[in-house]
Design a protein around this ligand. Sequence first.
Ligand code: NAD
Length: 377
Amino acid sequence: MRIFVPKELHPTERRVPLLPSGTAKLARLATQIEVEQGLGSAINCEDSLYEKAGAKISSDRAGSLAAADIVLRVWKPPLHEVDLLKKGCIHASFLDPFNERELVLRLATAEVTAVSMEMIPRTAVAQKMDVLSSQANLSGYVAVLLAAASANRIFPMLITPAGTIKPLRVFVIGVGVAGLQAIATARRLGATVEAFDTRPVVEEQVKSLGAKFVKADLGETGETVGGYAKPLTTEQLQKQREVMAQHVAQADVVITAAQVFGRKAPIIVTTEMVRQMRPGSVVVDTAMETGGNVECSQYDEEAEVHGVRIISHANLPGRVAANASEMYSNNMSAFVEHFWDKGAKRFSLNLTNEVLKGCVITHAGKICNETIRAAYG
Ligand code: NAD
């Protein structure tokens, strides 16, 4: 089988889907692994390192896409490249299948087996391939550093002859993987942290990081069997905003990381709530890729509302591209290795396997994923 790893096309993307370490692992499995010339240049990873790891360097992107049995990348493929892919090949990347109907249909028509890495089930066996966790973790870290760089105050308490500086107050809304890392990072910097999530199981995790869990009686909330938050009703969301408002107003930094799988992110912090914050405070909205949690967030921008800095950058993991690539590359090589049939020397595409059932979206000319079929009606 031939594996090909093309360079990312998105102009601001610095993450690399496969590093030489991952290449070496896959080179031991595949009959041939090719990477596009300059694949790792954004993170100073030379072609020669890929060659040493066992890859061929390709300067013919279209030709290599057409010849590959497996294509690995970070971003979803652009429509024009779908038609280049070989019938029956496996294409693994982020895919955003809930919102990319046209692309998914095109992948099905082209008879590509499209794997959506964000649809990998959050189970123990699939943890090593879990790109959502590996990237969200870094996103939480970056969010705190962006806030620290923008705030006009420091995070820790300082007692000096010139006076005592109080610790900065951080409020984290949404405590999944990104939110937990945001809490841990803010605590390491010395801030006082409060946090809220609709899943009650999170309370213990928040406390174990030395933060306070904010209580809000929203009625029935909880999580799906997959471990994701259930969406709130309009009334519950309104009630949540009322409770959040007091905590947002008292915070120096608010970090939002609330998501509902497969849906637009809920708007939790309204512009009116931002207006109640002290000028000089900072809000970082990490949920921009799915629409954002803050009413006045603007995609991939920074803005100022009533003296409060609103930071809404997209692709936060891309800001620490070396580590994000390392994690993503480990996820991708683990994915291929896990399903590799060493005897037959090929990827074993058993669609009754729970992990593949969750993440394979199109196969043999059809949309085979039940969740996506249901979402498309
Ligand atoms: P996510 O990105 O889907 O959502 C982020 C957080 O937002 C979640 O904690 C969710 O409960 C919360 N949220 C949703 N609506 C909210 C609202 N209105 N207000 C406040 N918070 C709200 O979550 P994730 O980080 O991808 O994690 C999803 C789940 O998967 C978690 O339960 C996590 O522990 C679990 N997980 C399991 C594994 C594993 O077992 N392998 C690995 C990673 C994550």
